[in-house]
Design a protein around this ligand. Structure first.
Ligand code: VG1
Ligand code: CO
Length: 581
């Protein structure tokens, strides 16, 4: 092949957000749009990460992925990349990409130094929906801000990109290596099985035999919903082929370019079918719900954990996994190095860390901040309130890992109880016991999606302003509701990375109450249109006789305070949020 140099001009708005660049498909399909971003990324990396390097290129299979993969292959060839690894049919979950970067060895002994991941995660897909791209580094984790800032700077001045226009499209549906020769020598495209490296890693972490016993017990029933995302490709291999679950346990496990028209976001609003099957929500199906249910997002890094007629908040989930990991999961049998959560995530994990005397870290929203802690050996288990849970086995959150962690806890708790007449210890039992031991963090998140960007900025600016006068804040708060405790502190969250010293500012506005309750306001960094305001509300209850309330009822006074304090309706014109989780 030959290398063509193509003239181009910058596009506005190619700034990577919380997790890469996400835009409507039609934006990405403009001539040179994807090419500019890819070349800007190559130019942001040091030469040895590109020339002669091995890159992974794959994603969640959403609409436009196949075309994007061919473009990136041709641009990689032209930029001197030696090998491109592609999951069969272009499919790799985000956690599988991270595993492949860290674990896979090519036939010629090669190792990958980075990856383009093609996904907009939990955002819908299809010709009128979202596409996305992000770059992950040699450790398998998202590019740090230093790199994403450089990429953005490059997109503003880009004048040219390089592409091997005459390279034929590679058949990514068949496993195998295709070799080409170019001006600098050989270039290989290696198409490989999407699941095997990931499955191997999971088998090295968990005790599959004990999970298999749980799943085969007549007392245990199971259901997994991939929402037509890429998780389906892994669910079949792991839950059915390895662990013996029945095929009928899998819902929506055929990956689709448009996620079947749905919103591939595993929460009580969008995972409707699973929610009904589990006996939650209004439209409960007939029959006895399964004991355990779970769902994933489009790229399979998120998870929702459900018990029979019972929802586990993601903040509780990470705390419960941390509290049980050493006993239930072989990978952690030597102890946990530390735990971490993102700032808006509830403090349930903090209480576990304190009890177990573990190192604890609070980082800004987005998985990239956990990576440094893990690389430095400071953190084993971490999570976010946004249905993200994971560990240092890779550098991304991991939806199927979280399900296997819960299955491991259930298998451990019930190991002498799988046959015979006794009742199983359920998901709900485990959560209620956890609350009895550690107290409960009532928690909810209100999302106002696609609001006017100017209005969202104003609302945030007012909240920042208000923080300078706590006496005034308390006067307003008491005027709204006399029952809530005093606001003891308020700030904008700022993070200093303990490993590299880098500072991230403006990571969300916090109002911290004397009794440990919190209100947090943030603007989302993953939307593709307008602005999304997120409001996070949390209240701690230590008294075991009061941990069983309905969470929306328990939080009602704080919700009222948050909405009035921020003048939410006045600024946004919305009388209710788009989604409550
Ligand atoms: C959201 C979540 C955040 C998560 C991010 C990526 O970001 O709040 O916790 O890490 O999505 O998840 P934001 O900036 O919109 O609040 V995924 O599964 O979309 O890659
Ligand atoms: Co995701």
């Amino acid at each position: 092949f030959k290398v063509a140099r193509v003239d181009t001009t910058p596009f506005d708005g190619q700034k990577p957000g919380t997790s890469g660049l996400r835009k409507k498909v039609k934006v990405f399909m403009q001539p040179n749009y994807l090419e500019n971003f890819v070349q800007s990324t190559f130019n942001a990396l040091s030469a040895e990460k590109v020339r002669g390097a091995t890159l992974v290129v794959s994603g969640d299979g959403r609409f436009y992925s196949k075309e994007a993969i061919q473009i990136i292959i041709k641009m990689s060839a032209a930029n001197g990349v030696r090998r491109v690894w592609v999951g069969q049919n272009g499919l790799l979950s985000t956690p599988a990409v991270s595993a492949v970067i860290r674990e896979r060895v090519g036939r010629d002994g090669s190792k990958a130094s980075g990856s383009f991941i093609l996904t907009a995660s939990h955002n819908p897909g299809g010709p009128h929906e979202d596409f996305g791209i992000k770059y992950n580094m040699e450790n398998g984790g998202p590019a740090p801000e230093g790199i994403t800032d450089k990429i953005f700077e490059n997109t503003k001045t880009i004048k040219e990109y390089f592409i091997a226009q005459d390279l034929p499209d590679v058949d990514i549906s068949a496993v195998g290596i295709t070799s080409f020769s170019g001006p600098e020598g050989k270039f290989d495209v290696d198409v490989f099985d999407s699941a095997s490296d990931y499955v191997k890693l999971m088998k090295s972490i968990f005790d599959f035999t004990s999970i298999q016993k749980l799943i085969s017990s007549p007392k245990f029933t199971f259901c997994y919903d991939a929402l037509h995302g890429v998780a389906g490709a892994y669910a079949k291999r792991i839950f059915v082929e390895e662990l013996g679950a029945q095929e009928s346990s899998l819902l929506n496990c055929v990956p689709k370019e448009d996620f079947g028209g749905g919103h591939p976001d595993p929460n009580l609003t969008y995972a409707k079918e699973l929610v009904a099957r589990m006996g939650l929500g209004k439209s409960s199906s007939q029959g006895e719900p399964p004991e355990f249910g779970a769902a994933a997002d489009g790229d399979a890094d998120r998870n929702m954990i459900l018990g029979k007629r019972f929802f586990v908040t993601p903040s509780d989930s990470v705390a419960i996994i941390a509290a049980n990991a050493v006993q239930a999961i072989p990978y952690f049998s030597g102890g946990l190095k530390g735990v971490a959560r993102s700032m808006p995530t509830s403090a349930a994990l903090d209480v576990v860390a304190k009890h177990l005397n573990l190192k604890f870290f609070e980082v800004p929203t987005g998985w990239k901040f956990f990576g440094n802690l893990m690389d430095a050996g400071l953190c084993s288990v971490c999570g976010e309130e946004s249905f993200g849970t994971g560990s240092d086995h890779i550098r991304e959150k991991d939806g199927i890992w979280a399900v296997l962690a819960w299955l491991s806890i259930l298998a451990h708790r019930n190991k002498n109880n799988l046959s015979g007449g006794e009742k199983l210890e359920t998901v709900e039992d485990i959560v209620r016991q956890h609350w009895a031991t550690y107290g409960r963090h009532y928690y909810t998140r209100y999302d106002y999606e696609n609001v006017d960007a100017g209005a969202a900025k104003e609302l945030m600016a007012c909240l920042v302003n208000l923080q300078s006068d706590l006496a005034e804040v308390n006067k307003i708060v008491k005027g709204i509701c006399s029952d809530v405790s005093n606001v003891a502190d308020a700030d904008e969250f700022e993070y200093k990375d303990p490993v590299d010293g880098s500072i991230s500012k403006h990571q969300g506005i916090r109002y911290l109450f004397a009794d440990g309750s919190r209100l947090v306001f943030r603007l989302s960094g993953t939307g593709s249109e307008g602005a999304t305001i997120r409001l996070y509300i949390e209240q701690y209850e230590k008294d075991p006789s009061k941990t069983g309330r309905d969470s929306q009822a328990a939080l009602a006074p704080l919700v009222e305070v948050a909405l009035k304090l921020s003048k939410m309706e006045q600024f946004t014109g919305r009388s209710a949020p788009t989604v409550i989780t």
